[in-house]
Structure formats: structure tokens, C-alpha cells
Design a protein around this ligand. Structure first.
Ligand code: HEC
Length: 396
């Protein structure tokens, strides 16, 4: 395995002058974050039961309960902290035209959404690809993109009597636009004997919206368990994973960017990092771990940020908060009761709970101030701390 990895990296980065740290980051990144794939001259399978899948190597991807954005369902919000980590086996096959992503996960209670009720929910699964990625492009918000980084989402749900598969372009919560994409095929099957769902998402490598013909392709996963009332933003969510397509060149700058800080636990001091988050007032807006004094919904809850975010994304969030603007779900459920209600008796929204402002030229600006003034070591310590928040490598 070690040798394999060395060969995989050789032609790519041997010419670049990389520091010892960057090399260690890349090695760790390949081990933990990169999904293998199989190239075939033949057809790319769309059937979850196709024999080819048994010959394709897979890797586990971990999914966390989505808690960054709080939902409006009080009952569901109570269950969320007790939820466990989900894991899914992922396999990838591609040829010169198409790519198929196979996702298999355990679910002891397969549920199908009846058509005519609103309080029973079906199981579901989705994958997403950034519409743009590669050299010079920063990672999108994992919760289905953001205004600066639209993503394409492929979704399959179990709804009685209907093949419920959809493709969306999304810029974050509440911004899904359904689209038609030619050549897309999604299928999902339950195996009663093993109590597992298997879904296969097949699409052309290049569509109108994104071109996946690259050496390293970011992909995100979400799973809904209908039996646990999961729907919409209430789901299990992975962090960005990266599919290695060996038929295409690996951009060394992009590799260096996405792997930065993969060994941050060796470089940063999480204890000092936690103190720095308190000294810098992160806890005035965010809730995380035992820091729970910020008003709920002022900012994303960071309690599982180590699980759903990579170090370079965290760095970008801290030094350049406007790069990723997270659209919070339904901020207008907080009303401003200090002013008069309108004619219909409704109080206006309390803008304190919207996570961004709109500038006069229509651009969105984060309400989080930039912390670009922090020293490189302070940043590393803070990121090392944030990465301890539910990263599955040390998830309990
Ligand atoms: C004035 C309030 C405020 C302060 C102080 C603040 N943040 Fe934020 N933060 C926000 C808001 C609002 C967002 C969501 C909008 C956005 O994406 O910028 C956010 C987003 C983030 C994200 C992205 C979260 C995600 O789920 O992707 C991270 C990470 C983060 N902040 C870390 C920090 C750290 C670390 C500090 C302290 C050094 C800090 N924040 C201080 C308000 C704040």
C-alpha cells in the first residue's frame, strides 16, 4: 500500500519543491480523504446490483448529523445531539464519457414516504459536485454550496409509487433550483438480507454545469433516514471527499491547497487554540463544544465542524469570511417584537439572526469579521482545535 501511494504521488509532486510538512499533509490526505476509482473501457454501470461493482475497490465515508443550522422542528432538534455517526461505502467507476458513484449504507428500518402524508418520511441519499473546482478555486460550503460556489446536487428519495430522482443547482439552504441534465441515471435498491441501501448515481463527466475531467474531483454526500424524521436540512452530511481520476492530470497546486493542514494536529496546539477562540470572541457568536453562551442561531453551530470541514476551508472561513456565505435556513422565524407589527399583525424579521448583509451593489457580506490579522501560528492552533470537534478520526 505504501509503495502504491508513493508511485501514485511520484510523477506528480516529485518535481515540485515541497516542504516536509506539505509532503506529510499530502500523504495523510491521500490516506484519509481521497476515494479511489476504476477506469473501464466498457459501459459504466447504473444498476446497484451490477456485477462490476464487486470488482471495484471502495472506501468508507463518514457522515455527521447536520447541526450547523438549527431546524424549526423542536422534536427533531431534541434527537439530533443523540445521533450517531453514519458510514457509507463508496465506489467509483468511470470511462471516457460517464462516471458512476456507488453508495452503500446500513439502514435497519427502510422507509418509503407515503404520497399522501406529511409526517412520514422516506429514506434518501444525495451527492454533490462543485460546479467549479481546481486550481485557484476554494471549497464550497458543504451544506449544498453557497452564492460564490454553486454545486450540482443529485438526489434520490423513496416515495411510494414514484421514481423520485432529481437534479438541482444549489447555492445553499433554501436555494435549490431543479434542472434537467441529459444522461443522468439514479437508482436506489434495498437489500433485505444485509439490511443495506445501495444507490448508484451515473452522469456524464461533462455536463452543462460542471466538468469532472480532472485528477481530483470534490464530492459530498448526504443521507436521510426517514424513520428518524429526517428531511431537508435534517440529515447526515459528509465533508468534501476527493475522487482520484487517474486518467486526468493531478494539479499540484490544487492538491497542495486541499491537503493543507491535514496533519494540523501535529502543527497546531488545540488547547491554546481553544483559548484563542475565547480571547477572540468566537464564542460571542458561535456555539461549540462547552461554549454555549452565544444566542442560538447567531452563527453556525461549530460543534461538528471538525467532521464536516477540512483545514483549508477553516482557514478561509477565518481569514476571509466573505468567500463562503452560509445562507441560514429560515432566519425570519426570529421576530423583532420591539417594533410595531404590520397591518396583518406580523412582527418584522429580526435581522440580527441573518448571517450576512447585502451591500448596496447587491453583494452578500458575512457578518463575521475577518481574523486575517492573527499570526500563522495562532491560526494553526485555532484550526487544530476546530478539527478536534467531532472529526471521525477521533470521534467518540
Ligand atoms: C460577529 C459574529 C461572529 C464572530 C465574532 C465569529 N464568527 Fe464565525 N461566523 C459568523 C457567521 C454569521 C457565520 C456564517 C456566515 C459566513 O459563512 O461567514 C460564520 C461562519 C464561520 C465558519 C464557517 C462555518 C461552517 O459551518 O462552514 C467558521 C469555521 C467560523 N465562522 C469560525 C469562527 C472563528 C474561529 C471565530 C473566532 C476567531 C469566529 N468564527 C468569530 C459569525 C461570527
Amino acid at each position: 500500500m505504501k509503495n502504491l501511494l508513493k508511485t501514485a504521488l511520484f510523477g506528480v509532486v516529485s518535481t515540485a519543491i515541497l516542504t516536509h510538512t506539505a509532503k506529510a499533509d499530502i500523504k495523510s490526505f491521500f490516506k484519509w480523504e481521497v476515494l479511489p476509482s476504476k477506469y473501464t473501457e466498457g459501459t459504466v454501470p447504473s444498476d446497484p446490483n451490477d456485477e462490476l461493482w464487486s470488482m471495484v475497490p471502495g472506501k468508507y465515508v463518514y457522515l455527521y448529523p447536520q447541526i450547523s443550522v438549527r431546524l424549526t422542528d423542536a422534536q427533531v432538534n431534541k434527537i439530533i445531539p443523540k445521533k450517531r455517526l453514519q458510514k457509507a461505502l463508496v465506489k467509483v467507476v468511470y470511462n471516457s464519457e460517464n462516471i458512476a458513484v456507488y453508495v452503500k449504507w446500513k439502514d435497519n428500518t427502510p422507509s418509503i414516504q407515503p404520497v399522501y402524508t406529511s409526517n412520514a418520511f422516506g429514506d434518501g441519499v444525495s451527492i454533490e459536485f462543485p460546479n467549479e473546482f481546481g486550481k485557484g478555486k476554494t471549497l464550497p460550503y458543504i451544506g449544498m454550496g453557497d452564492p460564490n460556489h454553486p454545486v450540482t446536487v443529485y438526489l434520490q428519495k423513496t416515495v411510494a409509487g414514484r421514481d423520485y430522482e432529481k437534479v438541482f443547482i444549489s447555492e445553499g439552504f433554501g436555494t435549490l433550483t431543479e434542472i434537467e441534465e441529459n444522461g443522468v441515471n439514479i437508482d436506489m435498491k434495498y437489500n433485505k438480507a444485509t439490511r443495506e441501501w445501495v444507490a448508484v448515481f451515473k452522469r456524464p463527466l461533462k455536463t452543462e454545469n460542471s466538468d469532472l475531467r480532472a485528477g481530483l474531483v470534490p464530492v459530498g454526500f448526504a443521507i436521510w433516514d426517514g424513520n428518524q424524521h429526517e428531511r431537508d436540512g435534517n440529515k447526515a452530511l459528509s465533508r468534501w471527499k476527493f475522487i482520484r481520476l487517474k486518467q486526468y492530470p493531478l494539479d499540484k497546486d490544487y492538491l497542495e491547497y486541499v491537503s493543507w493542514g491535514d496533519m494540523i494536529h501535529k502543527e497546531g496546539d488545540p488547547k491554546r487554540g481553544k483559548q484563542l477562540t475565547i480571547q477572540n470572541g468566537c464564542n460571542a457568536c458561535h456555539r461549540y463544544a462547552d461554549q454555549n453562551t452565544a444566542p442560538e442561531d447567531m452563527a453556525p453551530n461549530l460543534s461538528d465542524i471538525g467532521g464536516i470541514a477540512h483545514a483549508p476551508y477553516l482557514k478561509e472561513s477565518i481569514v476571509n469570511p466573505d468567500d463562503v456565505i452560509i445562507k441560514n435556513l429560515n432566519p425570519n422565524r426570529h421576530y423583532n417584537k420591539f417594533v410595531k407589527p404590520d397591518k396583518t399583525g406580523a412582527y418584522p424579521n429580526n435581522d440580527m439572526y441573518t448571517w450576512y448583509i447585502k451591500t448596496p451593489d447587491g453583494k452578500l457580506k458575512s457578518k463575521m469579521p475577518s481574523f486575517a490579522h492573527l499570526s500563522e501560528q495562532d491560526l494553526k492552533d485555532i484550526i487544530a482545535y476546530l478539527k478536534t470537534l467531532r472529526d471521525w478520526r477521533n470521534f467518540k
